[in-house]
Design a binder for this molecule. Sequence first.
Ligand SMILES: NC(=O)c1ccc[n+]([C@@H]2O[C@H](COP(=O)([O-])OP(=O)(O)OC[C@H]3O[C@@H](n4cnc5c(N)ncnc54)[C@H](O)[C@@H]3O)[C@@H](O)[C@H]2O)c1
Ligand SMILES: [Zn+2]
Length: 358
Amino acid sequence: MSTVLEARQQGHAYQVLVGPVARRIAGFTQGRDRVALVTCARVLATPHGRRVAAALHREGRVAAIVILPDGERGKTLAVLERSATKLMRAGLTRRSLVVGLGGGAVTDAAGFLAAVFMRGIDWLAVPTTVLAMVDAALGGKTAVNLPLSKNAVGAFHPPVGVLADPASLATLPPRELRSGLGEVLKYGFLRPELLPGLAAEARAGRAGERTIAACAGVKLEIVERDPREKAERKLLNLGHTFGHGVEAAGGFSRWTHGESVAIGMAFAFRLARRMGRVGEAEVEKVEAVLLGAGLPVTVSPSAARKARLLMTHDKKRSAAGLLWVLPIRRPGGWAVEWDVVADPAAVREAAREIGRPG
Ligand SMILES: NC(=O)c1ccc[n+]([C@@H]2O[C@H](COP(=O)([O-])OP(=O)(O)OC[C@H]3O[C@@H](n4cnc5c(N)ncnc54)[C@H](O)[C@@H]3O)[C@@H](O)[C@H]2O)c1
Ligand SMILES: [Zn+2]
């Protein structure tokens, strides 16, 4: 079984396949003079990694295998230079294909490499984490980091296809899986009609084909309507403003991205309640769903204070201050709105609520 989603973005169409991927690879390598596999050692060593590599080798066009340092260490300009040099030496041309196999760090780095190598060649995304399947590999944003700031150098360069095999998640460390479920639940909070199904999966610590496809579908639909994040795409940042503050407050190691976003979503609902947009029931529901998936919704008082101060460096700002993605009560549930201005006192109070002695 697999699910096929059609992605359309700025005149470019591609398919997102959720299901067994190895036998789909050939369809993307045909007609290419050369293929470069860009991955990391940990993923290449998994059964899924070996299957994908074997499928590419069967096609006989693999000219280079680029092994990136794991995680964020693979998203640097120095690594990009080394990778591009390797593609050049292996004879890749504009008719070649880059295959990015791994988590969001690999798909970001491989996508950006493809975006700039010879001013842009095609790439295929083979995401292997929940986060990469429902977020990073979709929507065409690619980037590497600067020491000063994450994702500071990047390009919009959608892949020619996305092959997401939920079976590959079997080897994912439990904390990475849970972290990805934080983003899964974000889609549930953006689309309350999906929430019961997504919450049940998250509680069971699973992300199967239907879950991945449902979340990917929401992201693709939003990105299609607003590819450049002028309006609706901002919804995807639900929980991310305070969440980025939490990530920074923890030195980018104490909390994973998904954990930080979970805390940020609890914050967003608490801020909305402070502003009279939702009631206590909505806050309780959202926190129960997050806690049920094993995700945090509070931090220590000092971390909450630090997160509040650090989030003022967030990119999504206007002259009026931070612009928020916040829920608002609707008959039978809530809707989520973007570009909401919040009173600094309400922000302080909501941060105080999130900070609880552990
Ligand atoms: N481009 C976008 O729109 C976008 C959106 C969200 C996040 N991102 C980026 O995604 C990155 C985070 O992605 P991530 O959460 O997937 O983390 P990651 O790519 O760092 O992977 C997490 C860890 O899991 C390992 N791993 C990956 N797949 C595995 C598997 N199947 N089995 C065993 N181990 C596996 C990796 O080697 C790594 O150690 C960040 O750099 C972030 O900036 C990009
Ligand atoms: Zn995120």
